[in-house]
Design a protein around this ligand. Structure first.
Ligand code: URA
Length: 420
């Protein structure tokens, strides 16, 4: 087959700050998926996109090309409406685990096709794989059957869904091109549109532990994604949520599968309300389904349906190490990125594509910003099976927290803003 373009001319166009044409975009995404555009060429193009950006039409066309690289799923034959949630990635972001069963308990089916960790951010599948027996890979027929029967499924996105994104995501992870709004927006929205959910709630993280560090950047990402979803006929809203400090009291894999403290519960309910409203059930209150145990029943059935034992003890680490407070006072800052990097270095994340993660690795927080602490009191507990990792994890935590005299100025709510 004669190719209509050369990869080098497409790379040079973006390098020289030109708009890519529709045929250029369609071709480069398709040719990369077919293996005609080499990984080093796509890496160079991704870096040019990161540096020089794309306008809304280019992002929309790029997203459509990524969708067209694979299959589209269709849940319209289910007896209940569908809604899904996607987070842009954070530290301690275990929200999918309680959220999917909670929304299912409210009569809305949740097809959560999830990913593994990217950089310092944890992956939902890595957390669930800490549950003995649980399996992430389901066929499309199994997904449909579980959605009808249990109402919620959290599983790996199959190889057929946006394969262009799978290849590009892996390249970006190791080539310093994750933090580009056009690439994040098209990556997330191509998967969610191809997945065929009826409505979608985006949890766009803002702060040191997020890919978007500043509110304006996060808002631009949220607006870009909401526009892509709306144009594709998916009812889409976004919440901007705080990621300056880890969510909850744990960051890692198995450590994140336990019960949730206040910020986790609040965010779970805020997202669940948006999801049931987006699915046309604004009359249902998720807070009730959480309090009366219906969500927990669905959680147990959802885990068991995928081979997991909801009663099995979770793996525990072979070694732990405690980081203590050096002074009396108030914890004024605990940096999310540092905790995420520490958990990653302890073995919760990967440093090479496809590497095994440690189920028991991670960080447990004994205090959160605003808490009073005393000198010598444990602040953080580091977990790993391989103690030679402690030194690098501790290095990541250098300068990660401050203890002061006055209470810090904390956001009133973990939800900072909303885009629809
Ligand atoms: N999550 C995704 O699916 N893609 C990105 O690019 C970043 C976060």
């Amino acid at each position: 087959m004669t190719e209509p373009f050369d990869a080098t001319e497409v790379i040079a166009a973006k390098r020289d700050m030109q708009r890519l044409s529709d045929p250029q975009i369609d071709w480069v995404v398709d040719a990369f998926t077919r293996g005609v555009v080499a990984p080093e060429q796509m890496s160079a193009l991704a870096m040019a996109i990161l540096l020089n950006g794309m306008d809304r039409e280019e992002i929309s066309r790029w997203t459509a090309a990524m969708i067209a690289s694979g299959e589209r799923m269709d849940f319209s034959s289910l007896s209940r409406p569908t809604s899904d949630k996607h987070s842009t990635g954070g530290v301690g972001d275990k929200i999918t685990l309680p959220l999917a069963p909670l929304v299912a308990a409210c009569g809305v089916a949740v097809p959560q096709l999830s990913g593994r960790g990217l950089g310092h951010t944890g992956g939902t599948l890595d957390k669930l794989e800490a549950i003995p027996g649980w399996r992430a890979d389901l066929s499309n027929a199994e997904i449909m059957a579980q959605l009808e029967d249990v109402g919620a499924v959290i599983c790996a996105a199959g190889a057929g869904l946006a394969p262009a994104d799978k290849k590009l995501y892996a390249l970006r992870d190791v080539a310093g091109t994750v933090e580009a709004i056009p690439l994040i927006a098209s990556s997330i929205m191509s998967k969610k549109i191809a997945e065929g959910t009826g409505s979608l709630v985006l949890d766009v993280k803002v702060g040191s532990g997020a890919f978007m560090k500043r509110h304006e950047q996060a808002r631009e990402l949220a607006e870009t994604m909401v526009a892509l979803g709306t144009d594709a006929g998916v009812r889409t809203v976004a919440l901007l949520t705080d990621m300056s400090t880890p969510l909850g009291l744990t960051a890692g894999n198995a450590v994140e599968a336990g019960g949730g403290p206040r910020d986790v519960v609040d965010l779970t309910i805020a997202l669940a309300r948006e999801m049931v409203a987006g699915a046309g059930r604004p009359d249902v209150d998720p807070a009730e389904a959480l309090a009366d145990g219906r969500a927990m029943d669905v959680w147990r059935r959802m885990i068991a349906a995928q081979g997991g034992d909801p009663d099995a003890p979770l793996p525990t680490p072979k070694e732990t190490h405690v980081v203590t407070a050096q002074a009396d006072g108030v914890l004024t800052r605990l940096d999310a990125l540092a905790v995420g990097v520490a958990a990653w270095r302890l073995g919760a994340g990967r440093s090479r594509p496809g590497e095994q993660v440690q189920a028991a690795a991670g960080v447990v927080l004994h205090a959160k910003p605003g808490d009073t602490v005393r000198a010598g009191q444990p602040l953080l507990e580091l977990h790993t099976d391989t103690p030679e990792r402690f030194a690098r994890a501790e290095a990541a935590l250098e300068g990660a927290f401050d203890i002061g005299a006055a209470a810090p100025d904390l956001p009133a709510s973990v939800v900072l803003d909303r885009v629809d």
